[in-house]
Design a protein around this ligand. Structure first.
Ligand SMILES: [Mg+2]
Length: 398
């Protein structure tokens, strides 16, 4: 099989920064991977976040430099889509981090690019791969379709003012509103009634703390948090404080894990400790769309619910992979789609990013593979880092 590949660093400026308790972001921090298998080109993207998986952009670039690409591709049975899916499932891609530990974001880029290329090789949409991935039938919609997506209010704007700016019909249609928290628990509690009172009774509301609260302060506020009308609180304190999370749950607060959860080990520990009700499944954090879907299935098996979330600043293949999960999988408590229409110019991908903002509905992508390709306009904003040409034995600096 002829193989070539290019790895790019993508630092695309955002038109408006996004702010949460962990940090403010004003550009994408992604690594793009273009992988050609014979006549089919697949694309993948990593969004490494030190505060989520411990990965960085230079770390992902190093992980790729250490990758024996033909050796890896030789382990994929590309003769049929089912064969390719089985061999992809058998690979432990996050282990490509080697001695430096699991590298789920790098693995996500690789799994997405391999899935995209293999599906295109067979002229099939990636949704078909998801239907054939052996997931429980109850987790699959009858066919891919538009999915309601959450409104996420970051700290750069007052959430109540953000809701007031929506047309009344849109406001009434919202299925979920997620509010980003500050480190000040009392200030967060004061903001919530303004959100709850503006949305329909059936709209769920959550608070994403991004690990910013002190354990003591959080537990002292537990009765007030339980009475605040929240559907759940996402990652309230430092990651993996299992007993503190269990104590919070004992007050009647539902807990969603995000930074505390990246793989099956986290899932098992949290379930055993009684530390969670839900997990946030995100493609970049969970090692790729197929791996993320399997983790969602494991969460269900452990009695936990799941959200399909995104990384802020996804520029192309990652949002397509997230859209794939959101429009195929059933049973998520809510689905996020990002706000690329506000953050980035529309010409970065073909087709362009799209969400119906009047109805907060994300349509599925169609066509072969993951359904999009980066445009020249995106690649102009990326820096090629390394190339693998057909017949090479190693990456060469680009
Ligand atoms: Mg989160």
């Amino acid at each position: 099989m002829n193989i070539d590949a290019t790895v790019y660093e993508a630092a695309v400026p955002m038109r408006r920064p996004f702010t949460h308790a962990g940090r403010a972001r004003d550009r994408s921090e992604s690594v793009l991977l273009r992988l050609r298998l014979d006549g089919a080109v697949g694309w993948g993207e990593a969004a490494p976040r030190p505060y989520v998986t411990g990965e960085t952009v230079p770390g992902v670039l190093r992980a790729f430099e250490g990758l024996d690409l033909p050796g890896l591709v030789a382990r994929i049975d590309s003769g049929s889509l089912d064969g390719a899916l089985a061999s992809l499932a058998a690979l432990d891609l996050p282990e490509l981090g080697g001695a430096s530990g699991p590298a789920p974001a790098a693995a996500a880029a690789l799994e997405t690019a391999l899935l995209d290329a293999v599906c295109r090789l067979h002229g099939r949409p990636a949704s078909e791969a998801l239907y054939r991935a052996g997931l429980p039938g109850a987790m699959l919609r009858p066919r891919p379709g538009p999915v309601p997506v959450a409104l996420v209010a970051d700290l750069s704007r007052d959430p109540a003012a953000m809701l007031d700016a929506l047309p009344p019909a849109t406001l009434q249609r919202l299925t979920h509103v997620k509010v980003k928290a500050t480190p000040d628990v009392a200030a967060c509690l004061r903001r919530l009634p303004g959100v709850r009172s503006r949305v329909a009774p059936g709209t769920s509301v959550s608070l994403d703390v991004n690990a910013a609260w002190e354990v003591g302060e959080m537990l002292a506020a537990a009765p007030a948090l339980a009475a605040a009308g929240l559907s759940w609180i996402e990652e309230p304190t430092r990651p993996r404080q299992w007993s503190a999370l269990r104590r919070l749950r004992e007050h009647g607060v539902r807990v969603m894990l995000d930074e505390s959860f990246a793989d099956a080990t986290d899932l098992a520990r949290a379930a055993e400790a009684g530390a969670a009700d839900l997990v946030n499944i995100r493609v970049s954090k969970c090692g790729g769309p197929l791996r993320a879907a399997r983790l969602a299935a494991r969460a269900r098996q452990a009695g936990l619910g799941f959200q399909l979330g995104v990384q802020v600043g996804e520029v192309g293949p990652l949002w397509a992979a997230g859209r794939l999960l959101g429009t195929v999988l059933a049973g998520a408590v809510t689905v996020e789609a990002g706000r690329q229409d506000e953050w980035f110019p529309p010409e970065l991908t073909e087709p362009a990013y799209r969400v119906d903002r009047a109805r907060y509905l994300a349509p599925p992508l169609t066509g072969e593979g993951i359904g999009l390709v980066p445009t020249g306009a995106l690649l102009e904003r990326c820096r090629p880092h390394a190339r693998w040409e057909t017949g090479d034995r190693a990456w060469v600096p680009a």
